[in-house]
Design a protein around this ligand. Structure first.
Ligand SMILES: C[S@@+](CC[C@H](N)C(=O)[O-])C[C@H]1O[C@@H](n2cnc3c(N)ncnc32)[C@H](O)[C@@H]1O
Length: 371
């Protein structure tokens, strides 16, 4: 790993960057096809995806993350969907958190493994539930653009041309302001977006300059169904539209919560790199591995190690899910990637459907039966 990314990682792990997962966990639920025989290894990120898996009642979920804040949040969300009986309380905690609902965190966290229970015993940390770095950055841009819930609801009803004009009128001038654009291309902003230098270079190679990417991303978002796009809602309002179930990630929906309640499958939370977790895993341990876009952060050598770890620790037919900013699938650059067969139909569908519109690719692989 190059020095600048080693430094990036050292800072990144000290900060709660995300409080939500900026990936479409509804899409993941479809392509992963988890069931009672599944043993899942997943990167924690902010936990919306991990918590959503409880509704499929797998045999086990192993969660790993290099960022202890993200790991603790993932553990809390998973605990909440399985143990908090009151659906309204779940919504209060994660869809529109307020200080009064944070008391529940301490009670939930007491049932978590010691290091994570200790993490949540601090009231300062509980108040961080809604204050990840990305959320703060979005809050600043929201205030500078004078957008709010009413503006978003109006956009949801508008024609594509009206939306394009609204973006040009309200948001693009803010992004193009010299002070804001300098901030948006600074290392601080890379940290707020969870993009390290390696991934930034891959992004630039595939999609052009970072500012251009941000503008294009907003245009892609504006082209989605804004009534159910919870990422747009979170960016513009700081919360979700709790009146519309499909406008929240699955783990918060009443039907999914009902299916998750009481799930008692094995769950383990590991602070560290997924490379180490895979190295320590039993041969054939996992039926599913979900990587977020973490491989984009890795050097080519680390990607090769990752794929060797996946080859060793997954069983035939296992599913691997990964997002990437790259135009071409990185798995295919690697010798160890030959064990994974690209599921073209599922990948194309998932890439088209992911409402976050952040990635060039959402790729689904199935582990070949023979090595
Ligand atoms: C790569 S980040 C980006 C997530 C996604 N782009 C988003 O916007 O929500 C996802 C998570 O991966 C974690 N992560 C990155 N590299 C990792 C690694 N090698 N092992 C485990 N977790 C890792 C980060 O700490 C973060 O929580």
């Amino acid at each position: 790993m190059r020095l600048r990314d080693a430094l990036y990682a050292r800072v990144f792990v000290t900060v709660p960057v995300y409080d939500i997962l900026y990936e479409d966990s509804e899409v993941d639920g479809v392509v992963l096809d988890v069931d009672g025989d599944s043993d899942v290894l997943s990167i924690g990120a902010a936990g919306c995806g991990v918590a959503g898996l409880a509704r499929f009642r797998p045999r086990s979920i192993d969660v790993v993350d290099i960022n202890p804040h993200h790991l603790a949040l993932a553990a809390l969300k998973l605990q909440a969907v399985t143990d908090l009986e009151d659906h309204a309380a779940l919504i209060d905690l994660f869809a529109r958190p307020r200080p009064s609902s944070l008391d529940r965190v301490a009670a939930l966290a007491r049932r978590l493994p010691d290091p994570i229970a200790a993490y949540w015993s601090s009231s300062r940390r509980r108040s961080l539930l809604t204050h990840g770095l990305t959320a703060r950055m979005l809050g600043v841009l929201r205030a500078a653009s004078f957008v709010d819930e009413a503006w978003l609801r109006a956009q949801a009803m508008a024609t594509p041309e009206q939306r394009r004009l609204a973006l040009e009128d309200r948001i693009m001038p803010v992004l193009r302001n010299p002070v804001v654009s300098r901030l948006l291309t600074s290392p601080l902003q890379l940290l707020a977006l969870g993009i390290n230098f390696q991934q930034r270079d891959r992004l630039v190679a595939a999609q052009g300059a970072p500012l251009q990417f941000i503008e294009d991303h907003l245009r892609r978002l504006a082209g989605t169904d804004l009534t159910t796009n919870w990422f747009a809602w979170y960016a513009v309002t700081g919360g979700y539209d709790v009146t519309t179930p499909d406008a929240m990630p699955p783990f918060l929906r009443a039907d999914s919560h009902a299916r998750s309640l009481g799930w008692r499958g094995a769950r383990r939370f590991t602070h560290g790199s997924i490379l180490t977790t895979l190295e320590r895993a039993r041969p054939g341990q996992y039926s599913h591995v979900t990587l977020c876009d973490a491989p984009d952060w890795m050097s080519d050598k680390q990607q090769e190690t990752l794929l060797q770890g996946i080859r060793r620790s997954t069983r035939p037919g296992a599913t691997v899910l990964v997002r990437s900013v790259e135009a071409e699938p990185w798995v295919e650059r690697h010798a160890a990637g030959r064990t994974l067969q690209w599921d073209q139909e599922a990948s194309s569908w998932a890439t088209r459907q992911d409402r976050s519109r952040q990635y060039n690719r959402v790729d689904v692989y199935r582990r070949a039966a023979s090595l």
